[in-house]
Ligand binder design. Structure first.
Ligand SMILES: Nc1ncnc2c1ncn2[C@@H]1O[C@H](COP(=O)(O)OP(=O)(O)OP(=O)(O)O)[C@@H](O)[C@H]1O
Ligand SMILES: CC(=O)N[C@H]1[C@@H]2OC[C@@H](O2)[C@@H](O)[C@@H]1O[C@H](C)C(=O)O
Length: 369
């Protein structure tokens, strides 16, 4: 099957799109991929939806701003598919399907017997109509309804990627986006996965508040600072980090309070140290030490962070590209792969990844006009 996967991550920087050939079991071939960045005004509309969702928290009627955000998502995601198809010399109507993640605006993990909730906005029907092809969307809600975390979903694709590259198991794959998550592929292929803690989200927010820049490019600012031990300890006292998996996070589950009074450099160093330390705690909690760690997501470009992860885990660390993977496109590719799994009737969440009782599928499928 020829599929395009689409991901709009929590950092609201743009839509990642990737074409993939897959039968849902194996990755067969990579097609082109790209990022369609959000313009400042599109980003503002999406940010307003995220802000409104945080106020709303499922109490009362859904915020009116969701509709405008969904219109932006439909247009930008359709443009991303069209651009990828143009690169591949194919038409959207010739695709077997599009995997559309949508935009997470709110995520609440199940806790103390209270079921979780998660919301990805995005109008799959409108996207299918605009593109004239089948769209698979709403990948998380069935898992949450069955008592799962609803995240992470990418692990089953990490395993397919590892098989495609012939990597030794056990293997650890770490995605460093706004939130960081880890996948462990055991010798027999069993998956264990969870969100480890903050990825780049806190670092980005801190840097933006201090400098107006979007990120600590290459980790240069953190490299000049020192970890503030009291602030570090305060972050680490959060029981999330020592809780066993499966577990998942919302981008907004942590605040910058503990670093509020630190210098730019020390704040960046403390937050970068926190991401590395909590990833290392996640690695230590895996069912077996991986042969190596592969870093995906934007955070793999943060040199200071990558070095700290290598030092804290004592394991060989590879950036995705070193293995022929496309570190910025793994999540988009994953939603192409998951769409193929939905169409093939295959499960994509597992007891070890989201905590569901048995492997299960989900997703909604709509046909293009
Ligand atoms: N050169 C770089 N140096 C440091 N950090 C970088 C660099 N390039 C990207 N990043 C970080 O990566 C982030 C974007 O990562 P990515 O696109 O994987 O996140 P996302 O998909 O929005 O998040 P999520 O996976 O949580 O949904 C940026 O916000 C920035 O923090
Ligand atoms: C609820 C939600 O959207 N979670 C995201 C987020 O971003 C990273 C991490 O937190 C991960 O759990 C998940 O995304 C990836 C695509 C996943 O489900 O595997």
């Amino acid at each position: 099957m020829k599929l395009v996967g689409l991901m709009s991550g929590t950092s609201l920087d743009g839509v990642d799109a990737a074409l993939l050939e897959s039968d849902g079991e194996r990755l067969i071939r990579f097609g082109p991929g790209l990022e369609r960045p959000y313009t400042p005004s599109e980003r503002k509309v999406l940010q307003a939806a995220v802000d409104a969702a945080l106020q709303w928290r499922w109490q009362g009627e859904a915020p009116g701003v969701f509709a405008g955000a969904e219109a932006v998502l439909t247009t930008t995601h359709a443009e991303a598919v069209e651009a990828v198809c143009a690169k591949a010399g194919t038409a959207p109507s010739e695709l077997d399907g599009v995997g559309f993640h949508g935009q997470t605006v709110l995520h609440q993990a199940p806790k103390d017997g209270v079921p979780g909730r998660t919301l990805q906005i995005g109008d799959g029907q409108a996207l299918a109509a605009r593109l004239g092809c089948r769209v698979v969307f709403d990948f998380r809600s069935a898992d949450v309804a069955a008592g799962g975390q609803g995240a992470p979903l990418v692990p089953v694709y990490h395993r397919a990627l590892a098989e495609w590259s012939g990597l030794e198991r056990p293997l650890g794959v770490i995605n460093i986006g706004g939130v960081a998550n880890i996948t462990h592929v055991s010798t027999d292929g069993t998956l264990t996965a969870f969100d480890t803690g903050p990825g780049n989200g806190l670092i980005d927010a801190f840097i933006e508040a201090h400098t107006g820049e979007a990120m600590d490019k290459d980790g240069a600012i953190a490299a000049r600072g020192r970890i503030h031990e009291a602030a570090f300890a305060e972050f680490l006292s959060n029981p999330y980090f020592t809780a066993p998996g499966p577990k998942s996070l919302d981008r907004w589950d942590f605040s910058l309070d503990a670093v509020r009074n630190l210098s730019l450099e020390d704040g960046a160093a403390t937050l970068t140290g926190l991401t590395a330390k909590t990833i290392a705690m996640g690695v230590a909690a895996l069912p077996g030490a991986p042969e190596r760690l592969v870093l995906c997501g934007g955070g793999r470009r943060n040199k200071t962070l990558a070095e700290l992860i290598a030092a804290a885990t004592g394991l060989p660390v590879y950036a995705a590209e070193a293995l022929g993977w496309r570190g910025d496109l793994v999540e988009a590719e994953a939603f192409a792969f998951l769409a193929a799994r939905v169409m093939a009737g295959l499960p994509y969440t597992f007891p070890g990844t989201t905590g569901v009782a048995a492997p299960m599928g989900g997703g909604k499928v709509v046909e293009g006009a």
